[in-house]
Ligand binder design. Structure first.
Ligand code: E4P
Length: 216
């Protein structure tokens, strides 16, 4: 399973990349706005921090402008994946950009049928939003499970990118459901390493080592 980090904070990305924990990055207009930086500058900087795909999202909603924004974003770096919303215009733009060799991440997916359309449109990634479904009392994980079955039934190559992940359990359940990628906020990613028994065990080992005077 690949891990993408879901942020436009370049310090966080740098630190997680140095730890060898990330295979790519996802951003969206809200995360870019939060960074307070110019979008092209921040995407270019992120693309230098990872060799994996960096999703950069268009802000237009009509086909022609989405394609033209997608082409501009793609020119920033060879590892940009253009992020398009799951609308009819977005799907049409997905087909055009994918046919031209651009990796497209189709975002704002909330159903298996939407994911089926994205695969038909040649998307490199489909992003089902688990957390936002859970917020509405709909089981987001069930959507991931359904997409996995449908994509496997027809050998679609579109990768399932579990998005809107809010906690460690979302990561585990996405992995169990066979998502190809999870895009995870930095704090959740770091939190995956934590276990109280690890802390307790380490404290005991270090105390014993000190008592015995072990030096390496
Ligand atoms: C990533 O591609 C999505 O934009 C992101 O995971 C959305 O997460 P949120 O629902 O927590 O905003």
């Amino acid at each position: 399973m690949k891990f993408f980090v879901d942020t436009a904070d370049t310090d966080e990305i740098k630190s997680l990349a140095e730890a060898g924990l990330i295979d790519g990055v996802t951003t969206n207009p809200s995360l870019i706005a939060k960074s307070g930086r110019n979008m092209s500058d921040v995407i270019a900087e992120i693309c230098d921090l990872t060799t994996g795909h960096v999703s950069a999202e268009v802000v237009a909603t009509d086909f022609e402008t989405m394609v033209s924004e997608g082409r501009k974003l793609q020119k920033i770096a060879s590892n940009v994946a253009v992020k398009l919303p799951l609308t009819m215009d977005g799907l049409k733009a997905c087909r055009t950009l994918s046919d031209a060799g651009t990796a497209v991440n189709v975002t704002l997916c909330f159903s298996a049928n939407q994911a089926l359309l994205a695969a038909k449109a040649g998307a490199a990634y489909i992003s089902p939003f688990i957390g936002r479904l859970d917020d509405m009392n709909i089981d987001g994980m069930e959507v991931i499970e359904e997409i996995r079955i449908i994509y496997d039934n027809y050998a679609f190559e579109t990768e399932i990118l579990a998005a809107s992940i809010r906690n460690a359990n979302h990561v585990k359940l996405s992995a169990l459901a066979g998502a190809d990628v999870a895009t995870v906020p930095p704090n959740v990613l770091r939190g995956l390493a934590n276990h109280p028994l690890t802390d307790k065990g380490l404290a005991a080992f270090l105390a014993d080592a000190e008592k015995a005077g072990i030096k390496i």
